[in-house]
Structures are given as structure tokens and as C-alpha cells.
Design a binder for this molecule. Sequence first.
Ligand code: ATP
Ligand code: MG
Length: 379
Amino acid sequence: MTTILPGSTIGFLGGGQLARMAALAARAMGFEVHVLDPDPDCPAAAIASHVVTARYDDIAAATAFARTCDVITLDIEQVATESIAAASVHAPVHPGAAPIHIIQDRGRQKAWLQQHGFPVAPFRIAHAPHEVEQAWQVLGRSIAKTTSGGYDGRGQARIRSVHDLPAASALTESATVVVEQWIELAGELSVMVARSSTGEVRTFPVSWNHHDNGVLAWAMTPAPVSDTTTEAAIALASSIAAQLGIVGLLAVELFVTMDDTLMVNELAPRPHNTFHATERACLTSQFEQQVRAVCGLPLGSTALLSAGAIVNLLGDLWPTSGEQPAWNRALEVNGVRLHLYGKKVAKPGRKMGHLSAVGPTPEAARDAVLDAFSRLLPQ
Ligand code: ATP
Ligand code: MG
């Protein structure tokens, strides 16, 4: 396996905020950055020296793009595996088409996890309204999720009673649906595993995550759970990454149930929103680690420098007048940093940026970002 050295070109399939932050890390190390994205104004475009505007299923564009890159990685798992396979002819793509194929379809991903003995919430696949109803009769309170195209809680409908069935069934009009039993949660964790093309493996300290309405609101690290739970979470995620044969990053989202057992919620083969604080809290950020992993460079130490936290800045915060939120008020909070992704249009629910802080404890870091966040809300 050849090492890809600084001066070489890293290509990103997908140019969202994750690629933007990884591209910044790559640029800091002296790599060139190329990006392929359907949107010419995507967040990573500002960091790239070459931007290809193409759909993720444009095989010819992926092929031409790969010819300009020394190694390719992903910002999003919705890139067509045909594009990944075509690109792989010209440059290594990490993670490759095989794990992406499994992960990019929620139903296939859950089936794979179950077949490989990993704990997941009970689920059924539904193609039509009557199958959603049958699944609900078996599972009870549940949540319907489209198998593809959903993120940040989109393409999902909760089924608490028979009255929710029409909305959940409507999801089958556009996609196959996974109906998943609703789990009473004691909390949510995520684990980030990095595996390099040389076989080296490192995990980051575990993150504790708080969602509002199915969207991540804030995350803090290290997760305030027992050593046993932390070790079990890391062992679970490492085993999944190894069995999928991931090169690059794999984030594993986990549910902690009321009786303190772990269930896998979902997988993400790329940097993850819950690890943005690694830029400040760890010796190596998730973004630099992605670069190192896909280039076959030694993985960086993931040791904690201090506890850290982030809070997401969704488009809802932007005044409808088109003005900016009151950043100066948030930045009054000592040690809080502002990260914006350069998205030109703010829409409700859209991830526009985040605030980060470090502190002596995860709770102190979280309280600092939440304090700064509260200052952005209408007074
Ligand atoms: P994201 O892109 O933000 O990770 P997503 O759209 O892929 O989200 P999920 O991760 O499946 O969606 O669900 C989002 C959140 O909704 C979970 O983190 C959890 O808080 C809640 N949730 C999802 N499924 C369940 C469930 N079966 N039981 C309880 N809560 C759930
Ligand atoms: Mg999720």
C-alpha cells in the first residue's frame, strides 16, 4: 500500500461541511484538495483548488474526477457505488464501494448488522402501507424511516398510535421503509473508529449526544458513562469497522437502553457531527485522522487534551430579514469558538455551523456552548 504524501491531491466525493473541515485539515498538511458535488457553491468548494459540479451517479464525471486525484474519500454515503467503482480504477477510494453499498441503504445496513450479531432495535421492512401497519402491529410504538435519502431526522415518521399510520405509510410512496421499534433511551453515544490503509486502528473518546426532534442538538466528550459501557461501545464499533473492512473513518451511533445495554442505531463512514469537538479536545481531530487514514500515514494520537462540547447552529437561528444571528453576543462567552460552514442560504433544520468549547469536565464545556447558544436566541 503506497503512502500518499503531502503535495498529492485528495479528492472528496461530496463537498458538504464534513468535506470542508477535512479539506481544511488536508490543506494545513500541504495536500491539494479536489471536490465533486452537485452544488457548485457547496461548503468545501471554497477550500478546493478544483471543483467538479456533477451528480453522485454521474459515472463519467466520477471517472474524470478520479484521474485528477491521488486518493479519494467521501463526505456522504449517498454517492452511487457505480461512481465509486469507476473512480477506483484511477485512484484508491476509501472507504470503498463494498462497505458503502451496505451502509447507504438503511434496510441493508440493519440486516447486515443483525446477521453479523450486532444488537439493533427490532425492525421490519415495508414497501407498502399495509406492511407499515403490519409492522406496527408486531412492534408497537415505532418509527418509520426511509431506507435511503434521509438524514437529520428527514424521511422519518413516528408511530405512537393508529392515527400516525397515514403519515408513516405515505413514506412508502417514495422509498422502501424500515419500521423500527421505539426504544426508551437512557441516552445516546457515538464512537469514531479510524482504520488506515496500513491496518492501523484508533478510536476517539466516546461522545454523549443529545437530539431534539431527531436532529443532533449538542454533543459532549468524554461521555459520562461507566468504564464498562465505554469499553463495550468501543469494542462494538471497532468490531463493526473491522468486519466492514473500512479504510478511513466509521462513526457508530449507539442507543443506551434503560437497562444499560447498547444497541446500534446507525453507521456513518465519514466524519461525524458528534466529533467536531475533537478539533479542540483531542491531540488529533477527526478530520486530520481521516486524511491520515486514507493516505496511509501514521494515525494521530486521539488522547484527550480536555473535555469538549459542541452545539449545532441550525438555519432556524437566522432572522428571516436575512441578517446574521448576534454572533458577538455568543462570542462573549469565554473560550467559545464559532464554526460556520459558508452556506449561503439558511433554512429551518439546515446545519449551518456549530459552537465549540473545551472545559475541565464535559458538562462544563457543554454548559459553555449552551450559554453561548442561548445568547443567539431572540431576546
Ligand atoms: P442523523 O443524520 O442526524 O444521524 P438520521 O436522520 O439518520 O439522523 P436516526 O439517527 O435514525 O436519523 O434518528 C435520529 C434520532 O432519532 C436518533 O439519534 C434518536 O434520538 C431518535 N431515534 C431514532 N430511532 C429511534 C428509535 N428506534 N427509538 C428511539 N429513538 C430513536
Ligand atoms: Mg443518526
